[in-house]
Design a protein around this ligand. Structure first.
Ligand code: ZN
Length: 523
């Protein structure tokens, strides 16, 4: 290895302008840190907009955000970065396989190549149409007004196709759109995964639907906001969320955001007539935040300082929200605490009834409210429809009727309107059509795979959760996954942590075990 390194260094020096590879790497790091600062400042402005900004700030804020993202894009696509990466690629080849520097060069190269393929004017156009479309959607959805959104969606679809064209060549037009958030995945691999999962889910959903619907009325009583927020804070403090490097605030659409290794924030929303809304969205965003807080702080200011992919990220939100947060073990510990917070509301509700209520399975209209079993069918519906749109087999004007027909097939339900049909998710109306949904289901699949691997290494985790101790699980995830950030590709980090490539089996075992018991399904 050392021989190869020496050769790499010599080559890098010869090809460059006399500077050593180390000097060039230092130069690259300075540039990447500046870009990271601009992006961090932009993220802070977005966080402020979603939490505390008065409404009057929105026009100027939109411009400020656009300015920062344009500056970051310009700095990142500076040809000098391309030249530095060109000469450092040889150097990286000579470094040990596990080297952080080699990973930094690989990841920066991947991001740079993608960014450099897309003209700045196109990026600006996409941002502009996206934000106008988003703005229109915030009014059109409550008004059930698909007609207003149709021209926007036609434009977004057209831009998505162009975007894929810039990023190509590709086998399927959606491949480059998927590879962005979920590196290494393609239409073909997602389709194969989804069809296997679908074959297992459909009979499970049918068997559950044949039984009486679980009673979750205990979750619909009056739960005062301050006590809901305090309860969520108690849970995530136990999970290990570090408040010296984070905070929780209220917003309309919960999210997690990172400004740097020492500042990873989460938001939640509260419904006073719904026990689960604030708590489970807090646990979900905490999963994202634990991942980000766990990334090696030495990666700060570089593209390595974030999760491996959208699917791997989502696996952590799902692990903490569902695999832990909706487990019987967790509630053995946490239910007495919740009852103490809400004695009038939950005092007479037995643990078992509460556990059934928070795990109620029901075919329903809205993806974000869906239970663990039916959730993935919502994702598959969107995935198939967006492929049809991108391939030109479906015209935007026919989307509402196609959505209703497919929904009836998959859920035995017909959405009464577009508001709770094809207008419900913001994704197509604010970003690309394609690439945004598969990560949710990949996340569900991986949540069980990571948890099973942690449990195999530390069988005591289950008992610890029931006792309110999460350190072993959190520690294992930190050590095997979180600290690496983007150092390894999604496929590599899954394999390193769990010993296997992504596989459906742990997730099916999890669903069959949990819901088989809850609904007494034949195994
Ligand atoms: Zn999430």
């Amino acid at each position: 290895m050392s021989n190869k390194t020496a050769v790499g260094k010599a080559a890098a020096t010869k090809r460059g302008t006399g500077r050593t590879a180390e000097a060039k790497l230092a130069d690259l790091r300075v540039r990447l840190a500046e870009i990271s600062d601009l992006n961090g400042a932009g993220a802070l402005l977005t966080w402020d907009q979603a939490t505390y900004m008065p409404p009057g700030g929105s026009a100027v804020r939109a411009r400020q955000g656009a300015t920062l993202s344009r500056l970051a894009h310009e700095k990142f696509t500076d040809p000098e970065i391309g030249r530095l990466l060109d000469s450092l690629t040889v150097y990286a080849d000579g470094l040990p396989k596990d080297s952080d520097d080699a990973a930094l060069i690989r990841v920066a190269r991947r991001d740079y190549d993608k960014a450099a393929k897309v003209p700045a004017a196109f990026v600006a156009r996409m941002t502009e149409v996206g934000s106008a479309s988003y703005d229109a959607w915030t009014r059109a959805r409550p008004a059930n007004d698909f007609a207003t959104m149709r021209p926007y969606l036609e434009q977004m679809l057209d831009l998505s196709r162009q975007y894929a064209g810039y990023l190509g060549p590709y086998r399927h037009i959606a491949d480059p759109l998927i590879d962005g958030p979920d590196e290494g995945m393609t239409v073909a691999s997602v389709r194969a995964l989804f069809s296997e999962l679908r074959a297992a889910l459909v009979p499970m959903v049918r068997a559950i639907a044949a039984q009486p619907v679980a009673d979750d009325s205990c979750l619909r009583r009056a739960f005062p906001e301050d006590r809901q927020l305090a309860l969520g804070l108690q849970a995530i403090r136990r999970f290990g969320y570090d408040f010296a490097r984070g905070r929780l605030d209220k917003t309309h659409h919960p999210f997690c955001t990172k400004f740097g290794p020492g500042d990873v924030r989460i938001t939640t929303r509260v419904k006073e007539n719904d026990f689960g809304e604030a708590l489970f969205s807090t646990l979900h965003e905490t999963g994202h935040a634990l991942y980000e807080q766990g990334v090696d702080p030495r990666y700060g200011g570089t593209p390595l300082d974030s999760g491996a992919s959208s699917g791997v990220h989502e696996s952590q939100s799902r692990l903490w929200e569902n695999v832990v947060g909706r487990s019987r073990a967790f509630w053995e510990y946490f239910y007495p605490i919740a009852r103490k917070a809400f004695p009038e509301q939950l005092g007479k509700v037995p643990l078992e009834a509460f556990y059934r209520a928070i795990n109620k399975v029901e075919r329903s209209l809205i993806r974000t409210d869906a239970d663990e079993v039916t959730y993935n069918l919502h994702v598959m519906l969107r995935f198939d429809i967006e492929l049809d749109l991108l391939e030109g087999r479906l015209e935007v004007k026919h989307l509402p009727e196609v959505w209703r027909a497919r929904f009836a097939t998959d859920f035995d339900l017909t959405p009464p309107d577009d508001r709770d049909g094809c207008l419900q998710d913001v994704h197509w109306y604010a970003g690309t059509v394609g690439g945004a949904f598969q990560g949710y289901t990949i996340g569900n699949i991986l949540s069980a795979q990571f948890y099973a691997a942690a449990l195999k290494a530390h069988p005591e985790i289950a008992d610890e959760i029931a006792a309110g101790a999460f350190g072993t699980l959190h520690g294992w995830l930190n050590k095997r996954l979180y600290r690496y950030g983007r150092k390894y590709s999604p496929a590599d980090v899954v394999k390193r942590a769990t010993g296997k490539p992504m596989t459906l089996q742990p997730y099916l075992t999890y669903l069959r075990g949990k819901y088989g018991e809850l609904y007494k399904l034949p195994v």
